[in-house]
Each structure stands twice: as C-alpha cells, then as structure tokens.
Design a protein around this ligand. Sequence first.
Ligand code: SF4
Ligand code: SF4
Length: 508
Amino acid sequence: MRVMAQVAMVMNLDKCIGCHTCSVTCKQTWTNRAGVEYAWFNNVETKPGVGYPRRYEDQERWKGGWMLDQRGRLVLRSGGRVKRLLSLFSNPDLPSIEDYYEPVTYDYDNLVGAPAGTDIPVARPRSVLTGKPTAITWGANWEDGLGGAPEHAGGDPNLTGEWARKVRFEFEQTFLFHLPRLCEHCLNPACVSACPSGAMYKRVEDGVVLVDQDRCRGWRMCVTACPYKKVYVNHATGKAEKCTFCFPRIEAGQPTVCSETCVGRLRYLGLLLYDADRVGAAAATSDEKDLLDAQRGVFLDPRDPEVRAAARESGIPEDWLDAARRSPVHDLVSRYRVALPLHPEYRTLPMVWYVPPLSPVLDAVDAAGGDQDDPDHVFAAVTRLRIPLEYLAELFTAGDTDAVAGVLMKLTALRSYMRERTLGETGDDAVLKAVGLTTREAEDLHRLLAVAKYADRYVVPAAHKEDAAALTALEGRCPVGTSGEAEPRRVMLGIPTLRRDTTAGGHP
Ligand code: SF4
Ligand code: SF4
C-alpha cells in the first residue's frame, strides 16, 4: 500500500442555481488576460446541452481519455507516442475557436461618446480576437435556462439510446440542471501522459495537476488527451493553461475561489487518501460499469489505524491525517456514497465528484397517485423522475442506472425522513433502514448536505513549506499511472518556485 493524499471536491447539484458566480470569480482571478479570453477554467453548463466546448463528451470525435486495447491494456485514445508525434504539426482532434466561442466585448464608449441625435446609442459587439464588429452566435453556455434547447440540446452526446426519446424539449415536459465543471485533477490524468515535453505534472503532496510554463512547447497534445477539455491554449503565449485548483490558496489552507464564492454553498473541499498502487488496475477495469466501484476501491479510510500508519510512513503529516479524518469529501464519496464521478468511463479517475440532482420526488409520487408516506411509493417514484435515470447514468456511472438509482433513493429517504422531522413528527426509521442509514447517519448527512457551515464544507490543511526540499527529492515518484509510455513527471518544488513555474503572469 502506497498512501497518497489528494485535495478533492464534491458539488451538490441540487443546490446549483446557475448563477455563474464561480465562473466569473475564477475568470477574474486566473484568465482575465489577453490570450485566454475564451477560456473558462470553471464553467457552468446547462444539461441537457452540448457543453463547452461543443460536444466535448463525444470521445469518438475528440479522442480524449483512455481506453483498453485489444489486449486489455490501458492506452490513450489519442494514440500511442508514434501517432502523437506524427500529428505534432497537424492534429485533427483539436477543438477550434468556433467549438468554444468567439469572445466579444462591446463598444461601451459609444454609449457616452456618440454625437447627439434622435437615436439611442447602442454598444455593438466586437470580436476580442479580430477587433471587428461581430454577431454573437454562440457562447460557453448557449442553452442557458434551456434557451435554444429545442434547436441545440439534441446534440448532447449523452442523449443516446432508445430511452433518449423520453427527453422532450417542450414546455412542461422538459427538465434542466446546471453542471459546474473544472479540471478534475485526475488520479490517472491523460493530459500528463500525453504531454511530449513533460510539462504537465501532478503534484505528489496534494494531487493538483499543473502546467510548467517553462517546459511547455505548445504541442497541444494535452488538449486532445483531456476528455473533459479542461486544458486551454493561450493564443498569446502559445502555451497550455488550466485550472490550478487555486494552489496558492490551497497551500494557505483556504478554499478555491470558485468554492469560496459559490452562492449555492454546494461545493465541498477536503482530502482523500488513496492507494497509489491500485490506481493503474482501477483505471484498467474491464467493464466500464465497474469503474465507479473500482475508483471507490482506491480510496482509503482515514480512520483505519493501518492506513494511518502507512500514511505516516509515506510522509503525510499528522495535521493532514487529521484533516483527512474530518474531510467532507471522504464522507460524501466513501462513507455515505452519495457522490459520483463525472464520466468514469474516460478512465482518468476524476477527483471532482457530484451529488446527482433529485427532481421533485414527491410530485412524482402524487402524479402516480401514490402515498407520500409509503416508502415503497416514494422509492418507486425515483424511477419515474423528470430527469431520466438513464441520463444521469450516462453522466455519472457509465450507464449503470442501478448505481444512480441507489444514490437517489438514499437522498429520497433522507428528504422524506427529515421532512417528517421538520414537521414535528418522529420520522420513519424504516425508510432510512431501507437505504442502509441509521438515524444518526441521516442527521449527519443532512447536516452536511443542507446546513453545513464554512468550516465543515472546506477542510483544507495548509502546505508544509519545510517539506519542499524532501518533495524535490521525490522527483520521478509521480503518482500517475502510465500506459508504459509516459515519462516520469516533476513534483512540487516549493511554493515560490510553483508560482513562477506553473502559470503565465498576472496572477495574484
Ligand atoms: S480533467 Fe484535468 S487532470 Fe484530468 S485529464 Fe483533463 S486536464 Fe488532465
Ligand atoms: S456559484 Fe455555485 S450556485 Fe452559482 S453557478 Fe457556480 S456552482 Fe452554481
């Protein structure tokens, strides 16, 4: 067992109101610069919808992530080293600016500087790239609030199979939810393994995936390899940039900017301990539907004395072990198992997980003429919710509807039980028992999901600057599982060096 620690995130999708505050504050912090106007390290997209960039989830088209070859070995979908070298100067699997969107600004000066006349002055849109007037025809969340959904949302790559006929983009028959996305800081990051320059790396001490700007040669293999399309090319510098998980804040024990400013208070940050020796086997699990359990199997129980002893041996500091024990992410992912990874079938073992959205379940009970107090009626309604199970399964469980239904039933039981308690009744333990929760666990999970305070949502231990030298000595012991073709990767070199190495200028 090789214990490693990773700072990970969970988002509770039921609480996202799609306000985009997270995206805007992230942009103000990290990409408010020339060259990355089109880049949103954090974006919020409407689902169903084609996403940002367009149809990024269509890996047949974009060749992102990993797959198993005929011999069951894990290989990059974008091809082996030879294929990637041959496409260095002509890579057909890269999204163009049209797939993202053309960034615009407006002629604001015209509002105050236009000559006096009978017409009201307007601020016309102007392309940030060309400086010329332009028409706005696409954006990073074009189907926001389902606007334009009848025309575009059918292009959502998750709407496959017979069940997708159930999805109607018509008034009173439709549904939507918001999906905030950022780099997943994967345990098995395809971007790191695809980089020919060794510029992409995963930090040993906290798992944050970064780009060394000095090493980046702008080959863009990382853009193709990332199935979430969360690496962006800065067209001013020609180099790759991506979400840094706000490492200067994380190192100071503070939450990321998107978490700090989240209006819905739906983000959770905490440590997950995992066994690095199990990562490769988990990513190579043969049946896609087993990938969720395989990834859960990589995570370790921070309360287990054996795990704690092995973690100490690996050099994980005592305060980090304490933080891992209090981690809300561990509770939601492993203890209560209500959080799910986005597209586990990409085999990168993503580390930003989601509590799936629960449609108004009691409405569904009523619509079927059921009894809201009967657990059987309530659980049966989960399969008839407005958001089809199949759709959520495409997003979070590689198509396994039972796994999604299990989570939704747990959330439904919790909602039903706590509703009774709130109304002054005792609450029916049988509902909880049916989903494997005790009353104490239900209260704890309710506290975590519904009313958790800042200190409960963000348990981020500060970095140990004094360990920087030792971490440098670990160079080459990167936790990344490889396909047998990746180079050893660099690790953290200390906080001042990190600031200089990993991103272009202009950051706080
Ligand atoms: S999500 Fe992030 S860590 Fe994972 S492959 Fe993409 S850029 Fe790399
Ligand atoms: S700030 Fe929070 S609530 Fe608003 S869009 Fe972002 S994740 Fe959703």
